[in-house]
Design a protein around this ligand. Structure first.
Ligand SMILES: O=P(O)(O)OC[C@H]1O[C@H](O[C@H]2O[C@H](CO)[C@@H](O)[C@H](O)[C@H]2O)[C@H](O)[C@@H](O)[C@@H]1O
Ligand SMILES: O=c1ccn([C@@H]2O[C@H](COP(=O)(O)OP(=O)(O)O)[C@@H](O)[C@H]2O)c(=O)[nH]1
Ligand SMILES: [Mg+2]
Length: 735
């Protein structure tokens, strides 16, 4: 049976060494808690860091660590103290983490941290390489390992790679700040499937790909020169039943078996039955918005004095990344505010904030979720936030109110919560009051909907969805590659062609014989191309037909002196060798003025775009424009032209970053048919890259050898990857 590998910086268990004892404890944080449930239900090994700095270990201890991890199906990537400092605390948590959470003021740009980041990603690739036996799929997680997909793809091109980002992907305007932005995007594009929590993160990523690398994107697929990468959003779920069942079981426990937390909460409640517990749980991280939460709570106590004796904020801050300065600073700030609020609003018996700086075992956590009436979750930015989901799952009688920041990925799926802006103290305070006063029926109504969704789209479903998509990507990749011209097929084509007595070669120009340039006028034929076409044409058995959307004057300039047949403007004009240009059929151009004014309006509003005028068509080019603006404007323009073109008997042709308006019914297929009528040939070859070439493939006889350049969908029989391969093939047809 095939194995698959899960890769993340932090393993689901953490190792602590004291004297000769090895302590294995579950890791804290959404990735580990969520994926832990997943890894148990699949046959997989998990590769990551155990939390121990390797150079402190004797070989005896390392052996013990490895054994302890092996029991959990985990494999250790040793990190040295220096690597932890530069790669984990450094580039991961001082550069990417703050930048991707929009804290650009905290971002460090240190070359040595970047170098360490690359080296550790490579180290992960090495450990993966040692464990590849029987592996056909690898699922890489999170921002520590953004370069890893490409590193694996280079070494193991056959293996299918999925990548999931657990934190936000920022808007391009923020991402572009990073000096190493291109390397990072390219690293991620080594994956076959890229997953994000929300559609917003996905579209931010796509925008960066478009702007930085200029790749073509069709809805959620990116066409790389040799591969397709699929991008989608998969909002991570939780192990719903685990929380829900544990909460039910806990309620049934006898006093003796109850957790300390539960006993404490119950005792307090007996004394002060009017108390509402407001729960706040997260890692102590500036992205989680602890400061603004505490300030909003303080504001609430100040502005709503009637509630002072009726609320207690249970604040659980889990220690995290304590080696990073901002985290240390924040700890002091939190301590200070908690002190201030408690100092100001405590009475002899009551303290408004119960503050814990530690992590709690699962059962205590569930009891907190289950017992506290309100959860106050106010991150400034958060990839997802599983705590919000766990709180709702642990509500056994449907009561409970969730106050959730609109900046958490989870808010996209949890609109039944009270959604707040984490920077708006007054709004948060008002939400606390609403939560306290919310009637039970309303709480139950909201939570029933939330619970149903969380139970259905749980973490297992999330992982299955991701892995199924990964499987499909593999399949569609196979379909894409299915038409790829193999060496064997090529040999037999060449044999076929060379054994025949007459052949016609229909060759598209841009994207087929030459690569694209920003300015179409610069995509001139080079000497090697002239030589190749001359050689092909020299054989009297061959007829070379260049068939293009280009205008007549350009082709006259470039190929007028050559003895090839030229068909231009998608089939308006033909020029046979040693003859003059002829119109294939009579056409009208009186419509141009009315269309031109529409196009000019778009040129004015779309910097970088321009109009190309041909004899019987007008073309709006947007290759040099902002890619997203260009696509949007193209949609608008098409929309605007639709009614105009029908009345004028025109049609719109959408090509590669161009929109062309021309007389209806004129296309390369029709022109090729006419030519074949005059010059029937034993063998017909047609090569093209654009979808306008699909007309050509469709209209010529079924026996023709049709070849698409690139990976896109086609009715052609074969695909080649690029201009170089086209030229190599034509060279072989010179026989
Ligand atoms: O490993 P640490 O440095 O101790 O940090 C803990 C984890 O924090 C981050 O969690 C994120 O993943 C959650 C699940 O997808 C998501 O709900 C949350 O919004 C994210 O912040 C981090 O992404 C993990 O890699 C860390 O292990
Ligand atoms: O003492 C604690 C507090 C929290 N958690 C877990 O830590 C995770 C936090 O994930 P979240 O997505 O909310 O944020 P992250 O810390 O990953 O940014 C949740 O699954 C919690 O159950 C835990 O294991 N022990
Ligand atoms: Mg072309």
């Amino acid at each position: 049976m095939k194995r698959f590998l899960i890769i993340s910086n932090r393993l689901p268990v953490q190792i602590a060494i004291s004297d000769d004892n090895i302590d294995v404890t579950p890791s804290v944080g959404g990735l580990a808690t969520g994926m832990q449930s997943v890894s148990k239900s699949f046959k997989s090994s998990w590769i990551g860091w155990s939390g121990v700095e390797a150079q402190n270990l004797s070989s005896e201890q390392q052996k013990k660590v490895d054994n302890a991890l092996a029991k959990e199906n985990c494999i250790d990537v040793n990190l040295t103290e220096e690597e932890v400092e530069l790669y984990y605390e450094g580039f991961s948590n001082k550069t990417i983490w703050p930048l991707f959470h929009y804290f650009s003021q905290f971002v460090e740009y240190e070359e040595d941290q970047w170098q360490a980041y690359k080296a550790v990603n490579q180290k992960f690739a090495d450990v993966i390489a040692e464990n590849m036996e029987g592996v056909d799929k690898i699922w890489v997680h999170d921002y520590h390992l953004l370069l890893l997909p490409q590193m694996i793809k280079e070494r193991f091109p056959e293996v299918t790679i999925g990548f999931f980002l657990h934190i936000p992907f920022p808007s391009y305007e923020v991402f572009r700040i990073l000096p190493w932005r291109n390397e990072i995007i390219n690293g991620m594009l080594g994956a076959d499937l890229l997953g994000f929590h929300t559609f917003d993160y996905e579209r931010h990523f796509m925008s960066s790909v478009r702007r930085l690398l200029g790749y073509d994107i069709q809805i959620n697929e990116i066409s790389l020169p040799r591969r397709i990468v699929k991008v989608d959003n998969f909002p991570m779920g939780i192990d719903y039943d685990k929380f829900h069942d544990a909460a039910i079981a806990s309620q049934k426990k006898s006093v003796r078996d109850k957790s300390e937390v539960r006993k404490e909460l119950e005792r307090y409640y007996l004394l002060y039955p009017e108390t509402k517990f407001i729960l706040s749980i997260d890692r102590l991280d500036y992205s989680k918005g602890l400061i603004n939460r505490l300030e909003a709570f303080e504001y609430f106590l100040q502005e709503y004095p009637e509630y002072r004796d009726k609320v207690t904020l249970v604040l659980l801050a889990v220690p995290s990344r304590v080696g990073v300065e901002q985290y240390q600073q924040m700890k002091s700030e939190v301590d200070e505010i908690v002190g201030r609020v408690n100092g100001k609003y405590s009475s002899i018996n009551r303290m408004p904030i119960w503050y814990f700086y530690r992590s709690l075992p699962f059962q205590n956590l569930v009891d907190l979720y289950n017992y506290c009436e309100i959860a106050l979750i106010t991150p400034i930015r958060d990839g997802m936030n599983l705590v919000a989901k766990e709180f709702i799952a642990s509500k056994t009688d449907g009561r409970g109110v969730l106050i959730l920041s609109e900046m958490a990925g989870a808010s996209k799926e949890m609109s039944e919560a009270l959604i707040i802006n984490p920077n708006d103290k007054a709004q948060i305070a008002a939400a606390i009051q609403t939560a306290i006063e919310m009637p039970d029926e309303e709480q139950i109504e909201r939570n029933t909907i939330l619970q149903k969704r969380l139970k259905r789209y749980n973490v297992e479903k999330w992982a299955n969805d991701f892995l199924n998509s990964l499987e499909k990507v593999k399949m569609s990749e196979e379909i894409y590659l299915a038409k790829k011209l193999t060496k064997i097929a090529q040999k037999s084509l060449v044999k076929d062609i060379c054994g025949s007595d007459s052949r016609v070669f229909f060759l598209d120009y841009d994207g087929t014989l030459t690569g694209f340039k920003n300015n179409p006028g610069h995509a001139k034929p080079d000497e090697a191309l002239y030589d190749l076409l001359d050689e092909l044409d020299a054989n009297p058995k061959n007829k070379v037909v260049l068939i293009s959307g280009r205008d007549k004057d350009t082709f006259e300039k470039w190929f007028g002196h050559k003895p090839y047949t030229l068909i231009v403007e998608h089939g308006v004009w033909v020029r046979s060798p040693e003859k003059t240009w002829q119109m294939i059929e009579p056409l009208d151009d009186s419509w141009k003025e009315s269309i031109r004014s529409s196009l000019e309006f778009y040129v004015d509003r779309t910097p970088g775009s321009f109009i190309e005028e041909k004899n019987y068509s007008l073309v709006w080019h947007y290759r040099k424009s902002d890619p997203e603006l260009g696509v949007n404007r193209a949609i608008e323009l098409k929309d605007e032209l639709t009614s105009l073109v029908t009345n004028l008997n025109l049609e719109i042709l959408e090509g590669n970053k161009v929109i062309e308006i021309k007389n209806r019914g004129i296309n390369k297929g029709r022109a090729a048919q006419k030519l074949l009528h005059e010059f029937p040939a034993e063998k017909i070859v047609a090569i093209g890259d654009d979808w306008t070439d699909e007309f050509l493939f469709a209209e010529i006889p079924d026996s023709a050898i049709t070849i698409k350049v690139g990976l896109a969908k086609t009715i052609a029989k074969y695909k080649v990857e690029n201009v170089t391969e086209v030229r190599q093939l034509l060279k072989e047809f010179c026989c």
